[in-house]
Design a protein around this ligand. Structure first.
Ligand code: NCD
Length: 311
């Protein structure tokens, strides 16, 4: 009899070991190099995307990933179009959807919703972003981009700029990169948008990595290998006036890019609002659209891994 693999979820990036992350990035590389070899690997498997919050890249890249693996997709793209609008709980929704799908990706405005969902799920659950908390598959996308650019994830100086308080992509990226020795985090934000205390404390305890803070992008841009820009997260602010005051705190333009290293790269999880001027798109160091493309390949790798279908 075939041995049944234990059920695995991806709720936060620490659910994967460093070796597993590295091997997923390598698998994404194999898929990019030989897509035809993977075209039928998820035949007759179904992915459900349960998105209670808006998304373009994450949902579509999950769906494109499953389709390219020969699988099928179902799901909803907003809370309004699901029975959540009638008051159905996440737990009940999961118990129903697991009867229709082999793997589930969920985005939810409430921090912790995917971890709760995982307690009820008998199929793998993937956190596709929970409130201002975590976004592990964006982190896999980010790590793939960095690894393919520099050939390593160790010893890099990474500037994280913008909304480090509510930006879940930043929280997950920090949790991943602290495990790669020699990372130097440069946290660039207004005072009010510094990362949450639990993250600052964890960085302060870290001996493998270094962390510095700056209120000015100009002051530090020349030291960076990666500049990771983020959007000020309007939907997580308690009042509009604070958002309006802080939204344009940092704008990367061609002028600022003159101060950066020749081999620095600019990343952004997207969507962009104002924080990167459109003129920077033409700079040979911008990588945000490539980054979005890698999102599909690393999600293909993740789906294969969680379904136990890696050859
Ligand atoms: C991010 C998110 O949803 O957290 N987008 C994404 O998934 N690529 C970033 C953001 O919304 O600012």
């Amino acid at each position: 009899m075939e041995e049944k693999k234990p059920l695995r979820h991806l709720i936060e990036i620490r659910d994967l070991t460093v070796a597993e992350i590295d091997s997923l990035i390598a698998l994404a590389g194999d898929i990019i190099a030989r897509p035809d070899d993977f075209a039928d690997t998820c035949k007759r498997k179904k992915l459900a995307t349960l998105f209670y919050e808006p998304s373009t890249r994450t949902r579509l890249s999950f769906e494109a990933a499953m389709l390219e693996l020969g699988g099928q997709i179902l799901g909803f793209a907003s809370q309004d179009s699901s029975s959540a609008s009638k008051g159905e709980s996440v737990a009940d929704t999961i118990r129903v959807v697991e009867g229709y799908a082999d793997i589930i990706a969920m985005r939810h405005p409430k921090e912790g919703a995917p971890v709760l969902a995982a307690q009820y799920a008998s199929v793998p659950m993937i956190n596709a972003g929970d409130g201002g908390h975590n976004h592990p598959t964006q982190t896999l996308t980010d790590l793939t981009t960095i690894q393919r650019e520099f050939g390593t994830l160790e010893g890099l100086t990474i500037g994280l700029c913008g909304d480090l308080k509510f930006g879940r992509t930043v929280h997950s990226l920090i949790a991943a990169m602290v495990r790669y020795p020699g990372t130097h985090f440069v946290l660039i934000s207004p005072q009010e948008l510094r990362p949450p205390v639990y993250i600052l404390d964890s960085l302060a305890r870290e001996t493998n990595c270094k962390c510095t803070e700056s209120r000015s992008l100009d002051a530090v841009i020349d030291s960076l290998d990666v500049l990771y820009m983020t959007r000020v997260q309007r939907e997580r602010f308690f009042n509009e006036a604070d958002y309006v005051r802080l939204k344009d705190s940092f704008i990367l333009d061609t002028d600022k890019m003159r101060g950066a290293k020749q081999d620095m790269i600019v990343m952004h999880p997207l969507p962009r609002v104002n924080e990167i001027s459109v003129a920077v798109d033409k700079d040979y160091r911008s990588r945000y659209f490539e980054q979005a493309k890698y999102g599909k390949y690393i999600r293909m790798a993740l789906i294969l891994e969680l379904l136990g279908l890696r050859q």
